[in-house]
Design a protein around this ligand. Structure first.
Ligand SMILES: [Zn+2]
Length: 347
């Protein structure tokens, strides 16, 4: 039976490297972490709802989708307000506003049945509203929108679809071609777990809370897998992480507007911080990566994704067995057999 030590040795990662990475990535405990990071998440929600990343002018749904279709190759022509947030090797990752749900004629937002806003608690549940803070996360290079799939239709027109979970899943799955890359994807999944809980977010000189990706791990990851996608859709792997981070800000906005006020839910006994929003979305990506790496059962992941209407966060107790670099001390895990970590059979 193979141990975790045997596994890493087979894919060419030595113990010294594991310890170095573990020192940067370790998390003391995932128990109670939602409460511990809540203030930081709340600050990030307020920041995203503020005017720091401008809300832009009023637009309707057609104006927003027409602009995406006509000017995806030249974002300078956008009427939407564009705010760059991160940059990496000539690529810029930021937000455009208004997002689709912020269009003045958008009316698909229904408050949750447990929402406690004034109209909802007075029996007038809010249905058919818009989400005024919605934003469109993007990756661009030289004003060309990169976080899209472009497909030429039979009649010659180009169909433009902004990145969906499917695109992100296939970018990752298509990269998985060697042991070197297997370890790069493990690092990617590990960093995404940390990003879900905002463990690497710090305020910059202007007081803006932003992601600072762990340096040693990022270098190790990019040495093995610098980019995702190919040809005209190739982006630095860090661009995906930054994109997911901005998606995370926006996911918190979405659940806040629907009734998890300040990312909390009121129960009969007390009010509790929720994992819905950023945490749920990013841990779904980490779960998918764990399934691609044969560390979580694909059936369980996909059935849960169906049942969860597109969301299936990896549960807190399963994070460390799937991503051992997050353990408080990886040396405690190295002699465990892969069976004991509940990994799917490895080849
Ligand atoms: Zn409400």
């Amino acid at each position: 039976m193979a141990t975790l030590r045997d596994y890493y040795s087979r894919i060419g990662v030595d113990e010294k490297k594991l310890i170095e990475l573990n020192n940067e990535l370790k998390v003391n405990s995932f128990t109670g972490i939602t409460e511990i990071v809540h203030d930081k998440r709340l600050f990030s929600l307020m920041q995203a709802k503020s005017e720091i990343w401008g809300h832009g002018q009023s637009m309707n749904s057609k104006e927003i989708s027409d602009e995406l279709f006509s000017s995806h190759q030249n974002m300078k022509n956008w009427n939407r307000k564009i705010t760059p947030i991160y940059s990496i090797r000539g690529f810029v990752i930021g937000v455009a506003r208004p997002g689709k749900e912020a269009a003045i004629d958008y009316e698909k937002i229904n408050h949750y049945s447990h929402c406690t806003c004034d109209p909802c608690s007075n029996g007038q549940r809010v249905l058919g509203a818009n989400n005024p803070h919605d934003m469109f996360p993007y990756v661009e290079k030289d004003n060309v929108l990169m976080s899209v799939k472009r497909r030429t239709l039979k009649n010659g027109t180009i169909k433009v679809t902004p990145w969906t979970f499917e695109h992100i899943f296939s970018l990752i799955e298509n990269a998985y071609i060697s042991n070197d890359i297997q370890f790069a994807l493990e690092l990617l999944g590990t960093i995404i777990v940390r990003t879900a809980f905002m463990l690497d977010h710090e305020k910059d000189d202007l007081g803006v809370l932003k992601l600072h990706i762990p340096k040693v791990s990022t270098l190790e990851m990019t040495n093995r897998l610098p980019t995702l996608g190919d040809g005209s859709t190739e982006v630095p792997i860090e661009a995906l992480i930054y994109f997911l981070d901005i998606l995370g800000f926006n996911e918190d906005i979405k659940v806040d507007v629907c009734g998890y006020r300040n990312l909390q839910r009121e129960y009969s006994r007390n009010t509790k911080p929720q994992d819905s929003g950023r945490t749920n979305t990013l841990l779904t990506i980490s779960h998918m990566l764990a399934a691609i790496l044969h560390r979580r059962p694909i059936g369980e992941f996909s059935y849960g994704l169906h049942r969860g209407l597109g969301m299936n966060a990896i549960s807190k107790g399963k994070i460390i067995p799937a991503y051992p670099l997050l353990a408080p001390n990886i040396l405690d895990l190295l002699d465990l057999e892969l069976d004991e970590l509940n990994w799917s059979p490895q080849f």
